[in-house]
Design a protein around this ligand. Structure first.
Ligand SMILES: [Zn+2]
Length: 360
C-alpha cells in the first residue's frame, strides 16, 4: 500500500500500515502526531476528541445527533507536516546514484531533473511541486511524473500514460539498477518535445533584443492568442474538466524559507482573468535575471491608470515576493488583478494554441 503523503492522512494505531508511516517519519519526510477519536453511536463516524475541548456535550459533526464523550478512544497517528525539502534531497540522491552525477541536472527554478542516459533525455517532475506542472497538465507524454498522493492524480491517468506515473517512494527508486530499467522501459519513440521546445524558446529569446521582444514578439504573441480563440476555448474547457484537481493548478513559490511554502492557484481562472481584454499590458525580456519585486512595482507604476494588468515575462525565475503581491491583490471574489504570464505559461500557450511558428 502507498501511504498518501498528505497532511491529515491518518491510520488507526493497530493498522499494519502504520509501520510504513513510521518509516516515512524515520526518513525525515513527514512529522506525525497522535490523535484520539471517539466513535459516534449514531452514525459510527470517528470524531476527533479535540472537538470536545472545553465542551461537556457536543453534537456529532456528521449526523448532528448528540454524541457523548465516551471513555473508549480510538488512537490514530496522523501526518502533521510534510518536509518537501527532504523529499527533494532523497530523490536527488537516488537519481544521481542511478545515473551518475554528470548525467543529471536539477533545475532549481522549475524544480525538475533532466537525466541524460544512453543518448536519451528524460525529465522527472514531482507533481504539484515542479513549476512546469501547468505545462504538463496539457501535454500527455512527457517525462516521469512522481506523485505524493495517488488520489490526486488518478483522474488523469489512463492506459497510455500510466507507466509514467510513479509513487515518489516506490521501491524501484532505491535500487539504481531498477531505476535504470524503469527509465529504459519508457517509450521514447517520440523525442521529448518539451526539452526541445524549451530549448527553442530559450534560444529564440536570447537571439532577439529587448526592443524586438517588447515591440515585435509580444504584440504578435498577443495577436496570435486573439486569433486562436477557438483553440483557447478548447484549452479552457480541458482545464475545466480537471477543475478541482491539481492538474488545473499553477505552482507559485511563496515568500519565506524552504520549499514548503507555495500557492497552487486555479490555472483556468488565472489564465481567463489574465487574457481578457481591457488590461494594461507590459512585457519584459528576462534571460538570466530574476523578475524582482522592484521590477513588478516599476511595471505597476507604468500601469497606474489601469486597475488590472497583464505581464509577459520570459522567465520562470520570479521572486516569491512578486507572487505574494499577486495573491494579496486578488479581488474579494477571488479574481486576479495582476497576472504574470511567465515562461511556463508562455510555453503552454504557444504549444496549445499552435503558435510555435512565432519562436522559429
Ligand atoms: Zn454521528
Amino acid at each position: 500500500m502507498q501511504i498518501p503523503i498528505e497532511i491529515g492522512y491518518s491510520l488507526v494505531k493497530s493498522d499494519n500500515n502504520c509501520e510504513k508511516l513510521l518509516a516515512l517519519k524515520q526518513k525525515g519526510v513527514i512529522s506525525l502526531q497522535d490523535e484520539e477519536y471517539i466513535q459516534c453511536k449514531g452514525c459510527n463516524e470517528l470524531v476527533n476528541v479535540v472537538e470536545f475541548i472545553g465542551k461537556s456535550i457536543i453534537n456529532c459533526p456528521y449526523c448532528d445527533k448528540f454524541c457523548g464523550l465516551s471513555t473508549s478512544r480510538i488512537k490514530k497517528i496522523a501526518i502533521s507536516e510534510i518536509h518537501t525539502k527532504k523529499i527533494f534531497e532523497i530523490l536527488d540522491t537516488q537519481i544521481r546514484n542511478a545515473f551518475g552525477d554528470l548525467n543529471v541536472s536539477f533545475d532549481k527554478i522549475e524544480r525538475n531533473w533532466t537525466i541524460k542516459y544512453n543518448g536519451k533525455s528524460t525529465l522527472i517532475f514531482i507533481y504539484g511541486f515542479s513549476t512546469v506542472a501547468s505545462f504538463l497538465s496539457i501535454s500527455d507524454n512527457e517525462g516521469v511524473i512522481l506523485y505524493l498522493d495517488e488520489r490526486k492524480i488518478k483522474h488523469f491517468v489512463h492506459d497510455l500514460n500510466k507507466s509514467r506515473f510513479k509513487y515518489i517512494f516506490d521501491e524501484i527508486f532505491s535500487s539504481p539498477e531498477q531505476f535504470i530499467i524503469f527509465i529504459e522501459s519508457l517509450d521514447f519513440s517520440e523525442t521529448l518535445e518539451y526539452i526541445k521546445f524549451r530549448k527553442n524558446f530559450d534560444s529564440f529569446i536570447s537571439s532577439i533584443s529587448d526592443t524586438q521582444y517588447e515591440k515585435e514578439f509580444i504584440p504578435k504573441f498577443f495577436e496570435g492568442i486573439k486569433q486562436k480563440h477557438k483553440e483557447l476555448s478548447r484549452l479552457y474547457s480541458r482545464l475545466q474538466q480537471v477543475e478541482n484537481t491539481v492538474f488545473n493548478s499553477k505552482y507559485l513559490k511563496k515568500g519565506g524559507p524552504g520549499l514548503e511554502d507555495f500557492y497552487l492557484v486555479n490555472l483556468h481562472r488565472y489564465l481567463q482573468d489574465g487574457l481578457q481584454c481591457d488590461r494594461y499590458g507590459e512585457s519584459k525580456r528576462y534571460t538570466t535575471t530574476q523578475f524582482s519585486f522592484n521590477n513588478l512595482m516599476n511595471a505597476l507604476g507604468h500601469a497606474k491608470n489601469f486597475s488590472e494588468s497583464l505581464f509577459f515575462v520570459s522567465t520562470n525565475d520570479i521572486a516569491p515576493s512578486v507572487w505574494n503581491k499577486i495573491m494579496d491583490e486578488k479581488t474579494s471574489d477571488g479574481h486576479f488583478k495582476y497576472v504574470i504570464i511567465d515562461k511556463d505559461l508562455m510555453l503552454m500557450l504557444l504549444k496549445n494554441l499552435d503558435l510555435l511558428y512565432l519562436i522559429e
